[in-house]
Design a protein around this ligand. Sequence first.
Ligand code: SAM
Length: 209
Amino acid sequence: MSQNTSTAVMQRRREPADSLDYFPTPPWATRALCERVVASGLIGGLSAWEPACGNGHMARPLAEYFGSVTASDVHPYGFGQVMDFLFPSPPPVEPDWIITNPPFRLAAEFVHRGLGIARQGVAMLVRTAFLEGVERHASLFSVHRPWAVMQFAERVPMVKGRLDKSSSSATSYCWIVWRTDVRVNDTAMFWIAPCRKRLERDEDYQVVA
Ligand SMILES: C[S@@+](CC[C@H](N)C(=O)[O-])C[C@H]1O[C@@H](n2cnc3c(N)ncnc32)[C@H](O)[C@@H]1O
């Protein structure tokens, strides 16, 4: 796949403050996380909550691996419950895992909220650039040390508002995984080897919004 490395493309995901930041995740990228974490024996048969589900492009593949999946979003896309994940109300479920691709500008808040709820872990698909930043290090990574960073070797193309199999991207993504059930002293680093070809299915792109 050709990749456009221009600065204009890389910066396209800068969103206005009131934006929902709706960039649906190609389902193969969620399967990549599940295959890796399932291989660790961690998630089979457990429950997950996708709290920023959009049209369900991440919740559906999660249901292939988890015993049950709750889906919600602040906007009524027609998939899942309508709920502001950051509103301080009692959570509708106490899941083993909270997994999402959060709105980028609220990603740290999503992690903090998720860590207060999930029984086993939190996994967030974020731009790799999320790993840097003095303030974020002080307020998040040094306080809540991730269990693992899983960097995609290949690009995960995401475009605003729709799932597009033919799109390309200059933005690098990784999964960051926190555990709430064990003490973490060191963060493991994994590369997610190229897997799109193996984990992508034609029907992933046939879901009607
Ligand atoms: C990057 S998109 C990801 C959508 C979906 N998780 C996926 O991977 O396909 C971010 C989503 O966060 C939702 N969102 C934004 N603010 C939210 C909030 N406070 N609570 C719940 N969902 C929110 C948006 O409506 C949007 O669907």
